[in-house]
Ligand binder design. Structure first.
Ligand SMILES: [Zn+2]
Length: 269
């Protein structure tokens, strides 16, 4: 997300907005102020808070907020560059460039909000501190304050902003911690390893994304069932849930134990 923000920051500022929309009915989450009120205004920057991208207008009156969820894709198309026929959302700039949101699959989960700065602040108030650069000391406080499984804790945006399902897998693997270890049971050394892994993995992802690398290249554990662990060579295992999948190395992370498929065991109960 940070790589995308950096890539968009310059182009979105270059020209005033000519037209905002159309937007898919499921994608646009707000009606007031109307999208048409963006016309003629300039965006000041592309900013990021957790997994949300924020585009404040230069006059300080409006903020366009975008959340891609898991399948949304946001791109800047230069003037004349061919775009999708039916984007989920489009922002057309006066120079002919476009900011285009698309979402693969039938489920429309990505969202676009047009907000006043005050409402935007309220929307973002529940987000935890940014994960990147958090440091061991703050992380120790967070872990001590919550008795949670590490994978679930890392993904909770109210606790830490900016880590999704895939990066929780990558981070815990690099930290060599079990996805099911309890946050309160981590010792100082475990917290330091986790804090180091958060920075290391998010920075690695950022660098690869900026070079244009796609998911198969960026992820080393996530979505790599049966592939060799890059530390020890053991086969990567996974546990399925309804909404997400945990990938891990049994040798590096769980002392050789293979974790039960939670979805299946719930059905059998
Ligand atoms: Zn391993």
């Amino acid at each position: 997300m940070e790589a995308l923000r950096r890539a968009l920051d310059e182009p979105v500022r270059a020209d005033a907005i000519q037209r905002a929309g159309p937007a898919h009915v499921a994608t646009l989450k707000t009606f007031e102020p109307p999208l048409s009120s963006l016309a003629g205004r300039r965006l000041a920057a592309a900013r990021r808070r957790g997994k949300r991208l924020l585009f404040p207008t230069e006059d300080g009156e409006l903020v366009l907020m975008v959340h891609l969820m898991s399948a949304g894709r946001l791109r800047y198309l230069t003037p004349g560059e061919a775009g999708p026929k039916l984007p989920a959302f489009r922002l057309l700039f006066e120079g002919g460039g476009q900011l285009v949101l698309t979402e693969a699959g039938p489920k429309k989960r990505a969202g676009v909000w047009l907000l006043t700065p005050r409402v935007a602040e309220e929307e973002l108030a529940h987000l935890g501190p940014e994960a990147l650069g958090l440091g061991a000391e703050r992380l120790a406080e967070i872990c001590a304050g919550e008795s949670r499984r590490l994978h679930s804790l890392l993904r909770d945006q109210r606790v830490l902003a900016g880590i999704g399902r895939a990066w929780a897998n990558e981070i815990l693997h690099t930290a060599r911690l079990s996805p099911y270890a309890r946050s309160q049971e981590l010792d100082g050394e475990g917290v330091r390893r986790l804090a180091g892994a958060i920075d290391e993995e998010l920075a690695r992802g950022l660098e690869l994304r900026e070079r244009g690398a796609g998911n198969p290249k960026v992820y080393r554990v996530h979505d790599k069932l049966g592939r060799p662990c890059h530390f020890c060579g053991a086969a990567i295992a996974r546990v399925d849930y309804e909404e997400h999948t945990v990938y891990y190395c049994p040798d590096c992370q769980t002392g050789g134990r293979v974790l039960k498929d939670r979805r299946l065991s719930r059905l059998l109960k």
